[in-house]
Design a protein around this ligand. Sequence first.
Ligand code: URP
Ligand code: ZN
Ligand code: ZN
Length: 584
Amino acid sequence: MEIPVPNPVKKVPIHLQSSQNRVLIKNGKLVNHDTMVDNDIFIEDGIVKMIGRNLVIPGGTRVIDASSMLVLPGGIDPHTHFELEFMGAISVDDFYQGTKAAIAGGTTMIIDFVLPNKDESLIDTYQKWRSRATNKVCCDYGLHVAVTSWSKQTKQEMEELCNKHGVNSFKVFMAYKGVFMLNDSELYNTFEACKELGALPMVHAENGDIVHENSIRLLKSGINGPDGHALSRSEDVETEALNRACTIANQVGSPLYIVHIMSKPAADALKKHRNEQINRCGKSNIFGETLAAAVGTYWDKNKLTCWNDAAAHILSPPLRNDPYTPTYLLEMLANGNLQTTGSDNATFSSEQKAIGKGDFTKIPNGVNGVEDRMSVIWEKGVVSGLLSPCKFVEITSTNTAKIFNIFPRKGCIAVGSDADIVVWNPNAKRTISSKTHHQAVDYNIFEGMEVHGVPEYVLVGGRVCLDEGNLKVVQGHGKFIPTPPHADFVYGNENVNEESNDQQDYPQDNLKPTALKISPASSVTSEISNCSKSPMIHTGRAMRMEGQRDLQSSSFSISSDSNDVKKSSIRVRNPPGGQSKGFW
Ligand code: URP
Ligand code: ZN
Ligand code: ZN
């Protein structure tokens, strides 16, 4: 299995063998999901090495002045479809163009979907995706694998993917009848296999039979334009499928992640199931994702009057025509009823969309978002006052890292984390446009939206890939990030839960950080829980000069119990990045 093991003594990759392997981000406000503190960050060899003020750093270190800026963990987009062959077309953003655009917008990791046809092997298709991605990716990536048919072989391949190939999530479709859709027994079997493996089932929740019958009826009645798409798949059709998927998960006793929740009733149904379906720690094991598209725009029939514009806005489930849906979904994110935000980036050019002229069922489904997700959510969420900067971090990176079991390597800025960092200028503005975006697609569903909140610098694995707003990406720089099974955050960890001492109020939210146990201060490693607050532990003592106060250990304590540092640590069942020794 190819699992890159982070190791402090490993050889420095060629592209980092320069002063660029050391960066100090100074004078910024460091925002994690649980804290916002003035702190400097010293990065070496792709890893965050020290956090604090007045750090003593080696000569030759590049210094980035982040005065009046926020310093955030790089965004993690849990839902992309790069170079996806779908509905007679191949999405135009490939792993190069897509990840380049991601970085331009402040995203440093994406998780794409391996999508086998019904007769294809999961492993072969996974290998196909790895070889497509490996030399192209500018940022890190992970993979979910879709289960589009069910047999004994499917289960064996799921096991192999989990145990040998770094895949801990499997997506099923309740829509796209005859192509990817599974029936309820197949869903049941897939969820059961996921439970046995400690993996996470994901579901596209729409009733594909109803969509199919409605589409025939609409076409027969002469409705063949883009409007027909949403008419064939109403909010009820989404909500019914979501309820059914949660019911099946409940029968099986498996967790479940619902992708792209697009409507108010579906979000309400998710909230209900989250309250009812819990893991062994008494926390919900049902998770919901919504999209930048869903919070950034809606189906405004007064604006979407021309065929091209309307077709460009088609995705499944569809954008709803209710102008209050975006705010409702943002409120659901704010109060913890929804957990993550993706882009579902599946971009088809105007020419490709035109395949569906005269028959809306043939319009390739999908929209842009990988580049603008962070800015759109910042604008609609933080600038509008619905989300705090911490909550923004939680729903754009931390929760995804926790759910897919790569926290705290990803999803926070802490000593030992990958240096995937965005220096975010909350005072700058830009206007979104297909003329200036970095995506391959010739359309942008957020066209003309003015957004405050612009990335000035983006570091991917310590490398400055966006530098004062200028893109300096390197094709192939991104790594495959294995996602190990048995995520504590999903399956629960009794030890961690028992020790929880967090007093913050997280209404109906299983994302409440649990107690972090730190190894004795003298230890060079610190073992931490996957369900934890941002670990802020290792003080980089080797670099502290005699007599200098260790500022890092003072301002950013993560425990309400001052004795915590003296207690012995909790062992991580699945440390981020695999079973590496010596990193944590
Ligand atoms: O319309 C969409 N969402 N296209 C991409 C495929 C999917 O269903 O996620
Ligand atoms: Zn989908
Ligand atoms: Zn999708």
